[in-house]
Structures are given as C-alpha cells and as structure tokens.
Design a protein around this ligand. Structure first.
Ligand code: GLA
Length: 728
C-alpha cells in the first residue's frame, strides 16, 4: 500500500520506492504537514514543536492553550485568516466581504489508480501504477470544501498534488488565491534553484539561499514564460549532481503561475507553487467548484541528476501521450532559418530533395504559407493557403514533397490575429482588448480570446479545412507574444478575474480536440522558442522548440537549464548555419550536431549552401543519431559539468537503463594554449563492469572515480563524443 491512514493518530503516510510523505489531521482538525523526504518508517508527529509564540495567535478551538499556533506549525494547505501569517496557499473572499477560510478535516478516501482532472493536463497512470488520496477539509461557517488530491506513483518516486475547491454552502464566495501545493520544513537551510531567462536565452539556472524574506517568481504574461519556468528545486546546501537532498516542484500548467519561498521567524522553510493571485479571481456560486492545476513533487537524497531523471521518466511516460511516447521522432529540416518568409513551393520541394539526399525524414514549412504573409506584420488568423506563393494547393505541394521520399510538416500560430487580416477586419472583438483602450501590440499582433468557444471553434474549423485535405505529419504550434489587455467580452465585469485561466483551459480543450482528430500527427510546441516550455504543454505536444537561439554554445546553457526538469526527448534542437543567425558565431558543424543531439535533433539551414564535405558529414551525423537513438532519447541523462564552469568543458552523458552502453558528449567552449589537462568523471556505469572505449578497456569504477581524460581542444568550440560499450 502506497497510502496508509492510522485511525488512532490520524496520520496519513504516502510511500514511494525511496520517499515518505506524512501529514496529520490533528486533534483540532487542522491538517499538519509532518515530513517529506527519504523513505522512513514510523510516525513523525514527535517532530512538532509547541510553544507560546507571541503575536502568532491561537485558533479559538485551541481553547486557552497558548502553545498551539498555526503561525508556527507546519501546514499542508495554509489559508489566509487562520492566524498563519506566512505565505498562504488559499484565500477565499466570502459573501460578507471578509477574507477568511478555516478548513478542518472532515473525511478522506483512498483509492487504487491515479485521479484525473477535468479539462486540465495531469500525470496519467494505470490502475496498478498509482494510488490516490483525497482529503476533504471544510470551513465550518461557509461550508466551503477543499478536496486535497494526492497521486502516489510508487515506482517513480512521484507524488502529485491538486486541489478542488467546492462551494458546498449557500452563499457565493470568490477564490482569490489557490495554490496547488505547499511544502513546509521544520528545520534546515535550503537553496532555491530556479530557471530564469528571456527570449532566445531561456532557463538559465540560478541557485540562491532561501532566507528571511519571501521570494516570489512567476508569470503574469498569460503563458508560463521565457522569464521564469514553472519548475523549481529546493536543495540542501551541500547538494550537488551526485549527492544530497533535493525536492522538485513542477507545475503542469501553461499560464500564469507563482512560486513563493520563505524562511519564517522560526527558521522554518515554506515553498508553494500554483496559480498566481494576480489578475485572478474566481467567483463560485453555491454548488460550483474550481480545480487548481496539478503540481508534480519529487524527492531524492541522491543529488540533482537523480531528481532530474525522476522527472524525465515521469514526463516521458506519464505526461506525454499519444503515438510519439513510444514511436521514434523524425529528424526534420525546418525552413525558418533556411528561407524565413522568402520561399515558394519550389523552395520547399528543393529542401525535400536535399533532405532526402542527406537522410532527413521530414521537411517543415515554417511561417509564411498563409494569407498574404510575407513578413511578420499580417495575416495571422487567415489560415488559408497562399496558393499563389506555393504554386498550387497544399495537397499538391505535399505530394511533391512525399514523392521525394520525405514527410511534410507545417507551422501555425492559432491563438493569434494580425490587425491586418480578414479575420480581424471581420471580428475585431475576438482579440483580447479592453473596451475603450488601444491594445498593446507585440510583433504587431494581438491575441485571440481563446477563453471563448466560438472563437476556438472558428479557428479549429479553419485549421481542419487545411489539415483534412493534406497529409500533414507534423505541426509546429507557435505563440509569439505575451498576453496583455486582459478582458473577455463574453464575461461579465465580476468574472474578468477568470479570463486568463479560462484562456489556458480553452487552449487545452483545443489541443485535446486536435490530438484526437489527428492522432498520428506529431505536434511540436513553440512560443518564440521556449516561452511556453512546461509540463502542461508537454501533455499535448511531446516536444517543444527549446529556444529561438540556435547557436550551439548558447544552447549548451539553455539545454543544461532545461534538463533539470525536462527530458532530452522534449527539447527541440536543430543544427543551424554559420555564422549563426542570432550571435554571428561560427562553430564546427560537428559541435552543432553534438549539441542538437542532446535534443530531438534536426536541421534549420539551407542545404544548397553546404559543401560536399559538409553534406557527407551531415549524412554521418544523422546515421550516428539514429544509431544511438534509444540511448539518447530513452537512456538516463547525466549532467557531468555545468557549462559555465571555469574549465570551459561542457559535458553530459547518456546511459542505457541496463548500463551496457553510454555516450559521453563534450564541448570545449574555449580554446586555451598550454591548458592544464582536463578530465571528466563519468556517472551511472557498473563499477565492476569493463567498458570498451576506442579500442581500450576501462572499468566503470575507473571512469567514474578516476575519470576520463579529455583531449586538448585544438580549435575553438571543438567537441567529442565517446561511445562506451560493456564487454560481455
Ligand atoms: C517563432 C519561432 C520560430 C519561427 C518564427 C516564425 O519565433 O520560435 O522558430 O517559427 O516564430 O515566425
């Protein structure tokens, strides 16, 4: 049993292969968090500390006991108005205008299998892979109920959390804040690891102590954003890649979010994740309910690489869905950096011919095939094929591509509208704008109100008219601005706080519908590169274009940061031309491939401009990628160095689950004369195993503890790949 309940002590224990999570519905009815960490037997309520805490208050139910304070005790789901003055997960505004909810334990249910969430993405599991705990708390005055949901995936060391808030009372209330998960720690000093960024430089890793202040990161852009990712790690001070305690929180959601971390007056740490309370208010009539999106928790005491692997497995096997969970992804060539808007049907067919000759599986026609779009100022929303530009119908073009022996993919940005479009001229009210105000423009485009079903239905119909007629194997779903001017013409004034959440639900409904209609079509997510790279999108799009920065050296950092929470199989990565279009940097073709192979792998250049030697090299690269496909895409991923480390070697490793094979990739991001010899310590091998590498034998232990000596870089940005195979 992964979930147990002790009727006497009212302690809930959630157990996974290596972790334990414990909470208690105490004598007052409050749900206290007792423990989350390494797997351990026994009940942990002895850890609770009671003291007369000045200015912290005591709930009335504690009578004259001045030592019972919610401001000091660890909470499972802290609520504003209960005397806990720290960051809170819940704020309910009642019909009388007061902001207070006092949830106490009523009952619980334990069931086999994993709960699901209506209209939201979630971790899915077979009946025998997970158990669910539902704890029901209730405010005795308003009868507002909280259904705290816990999904326990024992083998994966994963615990999911979500909350359903139900107005079981008679008067309306408004949910003003509803986080999805809170973790309280009685002791310890922690670092918060977060991933910040900007367009074309996403998910830079930053590690900072949690101190006596409240750190808030999140998004108010309507999407999860380039700026902060909704995946964070709380790590012990000495935790590194190999050892130490770390807790992950990953939000399965693609819109606004908030992470709060705080060390309180008694040096206790609280970290929370969920929807942000900004631009948010959700009125609940009597009987109505609200579901907070899911957070995936994971813990290990074996360091950051292990935590990442736990998330990688969870995302690959329990978040991504559809055909491409198991099917190999195509190696593709994308027209964007090859031609930008300047292409015709013949250009695409030429790309297909070159692709075939290189061993590439698919050609993707990026932005510019619809309406009268020849730059980024018009036509979004007019999803009809520009047959003049393509020299015929899309069906014909795809036939011409398929005849060359390659598949066909297409780009689209369904949530957007250009002011210069037929759609906008006909339905200006479909764009998200505030009445009486001129909307904020970005890339000269506005966002369609996807919270509206009529708007979604129209776009869906436009899209299916294109997709039904053509054999499209792949779709790149883009989103190229942040959402501002938050307002929906379909909602009354007192419900405008729902718009952005309803927008995300609308997006999910659309993607779900699309996936059902075209189950064989691979969808790659994108938002100006990786501006919506989150576990919510990965439920519908098993890969996401990682960044608009295709420079291999910059990508080292971007993919490094991304790898903490997301697997290689989700990271769209391509070999592009040099000098690189974003940075002007020139890197060896081999290095560009080594870096792109730590992702979904593809090309983003004009092959007609390549020399014969380069073409030959590309053929070999694709051969190598396909040979190592299983190892790269489904093996265990280890970060061996941080790209910003002083020695300037970025190194990572893929190890097959049976430890019989490994592939080590190394990029020298600087060349230095008379450089001290460098080595890298490998990981995840069989200590006693004998591995063959370039005609020599090494024990796994030697490579892991003595290390692998690295060759001296002779040219800037040189790279190496070392393939190791266990001798039988
Ligand atoms: C975004 C994407 C690019 C490309 C362009 C097209 O920036 O990230 O890859 O598709 O849009 O406009």
């Amino acid at each position: 049993m992964a979930i147990t309940f002790n009727e006497t002590t009212r302690i809930f224990t959630l157990t996974t292969a290596h972790t334990t999570y414990q909470m208690q519905a105490d004598a007052q009815g409050y749900l206290l968090h007792l423990y989350y960490g390494a797997r351990t037997a026994g009940e942990m309520d002895y850890l609770l500390n009671y003291g007369d805490r000045g200015f912290s208050g005591n709930p009335n139910s504690a009578g004259s006991d001045r030592t019972y304070s919610l401001d000091a005790l660890p909470q499972e789901y802290p609520s504003l108005g209960t005397g806990d003055f720290r960051n809170y997960a819940l704020n309910i505004e009642n019909a009388d205008g007061s902001q207070c909810c006092n949830p106490v334990y009523i009952t619980h249910e334990i069931a086999a299998g994993k709960y699901t969430l209506k209209g939201l993405p979630f971790v899915r599991a077979e009946e025998n892979e997970a158990e669910t705990l539902k704890i029901i708390l209730e405010d005795p005055v308003t009868k507002v109920e909280l259904h705290l949901l816990y999904g326990v995936l024992e083998k994966e060391d994963i615990i999911t959390r979500s909350v359903i808030i139900k107005n079981a009372g008679k008067a309306p209330v408004t949910v003003k804040k509803a986080q999805s998960a809170c973790l309280d720690f009685l002791h310890g000093d922690y670092d918060l690891i977060k991933f910040y960024g900007r367009h074309a430089m996403e998910r830079n890793m930053e590690r900072m102590p949690v101190s006596h202040e409240s750190t808030r990161i999140g998004s108010r852009r309507g999407t999860s954003s380039h700026q902060y990712n909704p995946g964070v790690i709380l790590a012990g001070k000495n935790t590194n890649e190999d050892s130490g305690s770390c807790y992950g929180m990953l939000f399965v959601y693609s819109g606004n979010f908030l992470v709060e971390a705080e060390k309180d007056q008694y040096d206790q740490t609280r970290i929370q994740m969920g929807l942000t309370d900004e631009l948010f208010a959700y009125p609940l009539e009597a009987g109505a309910e609200f579901t907070a999106p899911e957070v995936i928790l994971s813990y290990t005491n074996k360091g950051l690489s292990r935590l990442s692997q736990q998330y990688h497995h969870c995302i690959m096997n329990h978040i991504c869905q559809g055909k491409y969970v198991h099917a190999n992804r195509p190696v593709l060539i994308n027209s964007w950096e090859a031609a930008y808007f300047d292409f015709t049907g013949d250009t695409i067919v030429e790309l297909a011919k070159e692709a075939k000759a290189l061993g590439i599986d698919m050609v993707v026609m990026d932005d510019g095939w619809f309406g009268k779009r020849n730059d980024d100022n018009s036509s979004l929303g007019d999803w009809y094929v520009n047959e003049e530009k393509l020299g015929g119908t899309l069906t014909k073009l795809i036939e011409r591509v398929n005849v060359e022996g390659v598949k066909f993919g297409i780009w689209i940005e369904p949530e957007m509208v250009s002011e210069d479009s037929d759609l906008y001229r006909e339905h200006p009210d479909w764009a998200i704008t505030i009445p009486g105000r001129k909307p904020v423009r970005s890339r000269n485009q506005l966002v369609l109100d996807f919270s509206r079903k009529d708007v979604r239905d129209h776009i869906f119909q436009e899209m299916t008219q294109v997709l039904d007629k053509a054999d499209v194997d792949y779709l790149k779903w883009d989103f190229n601005r942040s959402i501002c001017d938050v307002y929906s013409a379909k909602l009354p004034a007192d419900r405008q706080g729902e718009v952005l959440h309803r927008y995300v639900l609308g997006l999910y409904e659309f993607l779900d519908r699309l996936g059902r209609r075209y189950p064989d079509m691979l969808i790659e997510g994108c938002s100006g590169g990786g501006g919506r790279f989150d576990a919510g999108m990965l439920h519908y799009t098993p890969q996401i274009w990682c960044s608009d920065d295709t420079d291999a050296i910059e990508r080292l950092e971007i993919q490094y940061g991304t790898s903490f929470c997301y697997p290689v199989s989700t990271m769209g990565a391509h070999v592009s031309a040099c000098p690189n279009h974003q940075t002007g940097r020139t890197t060896p073709l081999g290095t560009r491939a080594t870096v792109a192979m730590a992702g979904t792998f593809g090309y983003e250049l004009d092959p007609a401009k390549l020399t014969e030697e380069e073409k030959e090299e590309i053929r070999k690269q694709i051969g190598r990628f396909k040979e190592y496909y299983e190892l790269i895409q489904r093996g265990d991923y280890f970060r061996l160095t941080a790209p910003s480390e002083e020695r300037h070697y970025a190194a990572w490793e893929f190890v097959s689950p049976d430890q019989k094979e490994a592939l080590v990739s190394v990029v020298a991001s600087k060349v230095r004369t008379n450089d001290p010899p460098a080595r890298v310590l490998l990981r995840g091998l069989k200590e006693e195993g004998i591995y063959l590498l370039e005609g020599r034998e090494y024990t796994g232990g030697a490579l892991m503890y003595g290390g692998l000596p690295l060759p001296e870089a002779k040219v800037e940005y040189q790279s190496w790949e070392f393939y190791l195979k266990l001798k039988n």
